[in-house]
Each structure stands twice: as structure tokens, then as C-alpha cells.
Design a protein around this ligand. Sequence first.
Ligand code: SF4
Length: 331
Amino acid sequence: MERDWQAMTDLGKELRRQLTDALPPPQMPVLLAARSATDGAHKLVLGTPHGPSVETVIMPMASGHVTQCISSQVGCKMGCDFCATAEMSTRADLSAAEIVEQVAVACRIRAADGEVRGGVSGGEQGPLAARPHNLVFMGMGEPLDNHRAVFDALSILTDPKGYGSSPRRITVSTSGLARRLPALVEAHPQVNLAWSLTATTDEVRERLMPINRGVPIAKMMQTLRDLPGRGGRKLTFEYALLAGVNDSKEDARRLAKMANEVDAHVNAIPFNVYPGARYQRPDKATVASFAREVDRSGGSISLRESKGQDIGAACGQLAGSHETSGAPKPA
Ligand code: SF4
């Protein structure tokens, strides 16, 4: 996909000049590209005009498909206590172009690396053939806190003249900005939703996620119930398992009940420890017993290990530690 207006010679010279002035292509240099030695996850650290960089992660899945985790903001003001992104001092919204550019860079790198097997729909050539099968807005930032840019980015990513990605293969995750969900569903009804739940009582959730003070669990559950018809849209609860905090059998039973009430699937992810983290991941036996209890209580659950832990690319570890103006450093 051509990005340089001047190279689009089917457009008139004057129009190309005007487009170049009005809509310069986003400048997001790749400051670092690190590949996991254990699971093939590929973290890209991209420079931004906002100061600190953002990170996006390309993850090869067992199915042979590729999932890309996208950032929507530099830093995040939601202040979740278990998240490295929340500790960044700079906060800025990414533009729709900067969000889409993360996919464009991933396509170019995958195409250059020869990691293309006929494209998502088959038959495509060039960087578009390398676009990821699945896109998840689970990187840095709260997508619904930057909703206009995220909605525009979704339009570009799903437009047949843009990236032509299937909305059913895109997931937007929120910490619980309930008031923005109806607008998301109206604008992009088929895009999947994920709620980063992570606690089953208001008391614990308020400690972990300040948003719960304004949007307690019952309010978010009601919002989910009130959303218009689901069609094929999937709903998942993301649940970071923190040792001794939210991993009891009572938590598992409450979680199953809540998930069943709104027909959600639970993705449980043992916490990924990062330098300075205040929490620990539960041991394997506790994780297994938690998942068994959710299952026994009638909940649908998958245990997920985040990819890219060895390169600081796992869930909750993205912290944009590279300054745009500074030299790239290893993660
Ligand atoms: S978990 Fe998500 S919403 Fe919470 S601080 Fe981190 S990036 Fe923001």
C-alpha cells in the first residue's frame, strides 16, 4: 500500500502537493525490533511525536495465524495498579493515523522478512498480504479514552479500500468505560469486546483499577446487558491472575456466574511480573485449580500465557521505555 502522496502519480500534481501539506504520513520510526527466543513474539518499539515511544507486538499463534496487539495511547491515565503502562509519566492520545501505522509497519516488516503465506484472503501481493489475521486493542492505553481516533482507525482497518480486515477478527478491550460502549457498538457492531475485569468484588477491583470507583461492577454488567444484539460479536472477560489477590475459589465461582450472565468467555492470564511490580503471579497449581473451579461452576475459560515475556512484550509489561529523541536501548 503506497503511503507517499508524491508517489501516487495517478493523482494530479497540485492535489498531491495539497495532500502532502494537509495529511503528511505519520512518522513512526522503528526504534527497536526484538523477537522472543521462546515463542516468536516480535515487539516493535515505534517513535512518536509525543516524546515516549509506543509498542506493538506481533504474535504468531499455534493455529498458524498472526495476532497483533495495538496501542491506542502513549501511557494511560486509568492508573491500574498492576500495569507498567500506567507508570509512564507522559500521556498522549495517538491519532487514527498513528494507530493504523502500527499495522502498516508490521505489514512492511513481515513482508520484508518473507513471513507471508498467501495473505489473509489469499492472492494478495506486497505488504497487504502480510497483514495480521487478528488485531487486538490491548496494548498501551485505554482505547475508549481515545475513542474518536480508535473508531476512525477501525473504519480504516476494516474498509475494503483500506486494510480490509474482518471486524470479527478485531477485539477492543476496555477497563470499563461503560459510557463509550454504546457508541462503539453502534459504529462498529461486529467488532469483539473484551472487558479487563480482573476482580470479582468492588472492594478488590477498586484497589486494582481506579475506574471501578466511577463504574462499579454492577454498572458495567448492566451496560453489557443493555448493548444492542450481539450477532456474531464475541465478549470476553480478561482476568489477570494475581497471587493472593484475586485467585481464590470464591473468586472463580463469582467469575463464572458473572460470565454466564452476559455469555462471556473468560481469558485468564497469570500476571506477568515487570521490574517494580507490586504483585506476583500465582503458582501453577493455584492457576490450574482456579481454572478448574470456573469450569466446574459452568464458566467458559481459557488459560492464556502471554507471549513475549522474555522481551518485555507480554500483557501489562508495555511501558514505552524508549524516548523518541534518544538512542534505542535493549528492552
Ligand atoms: S491495564 Fe489497560 S487501562 Fe489499565 S492502566 Fe494499563 S493500559 Fe491503562
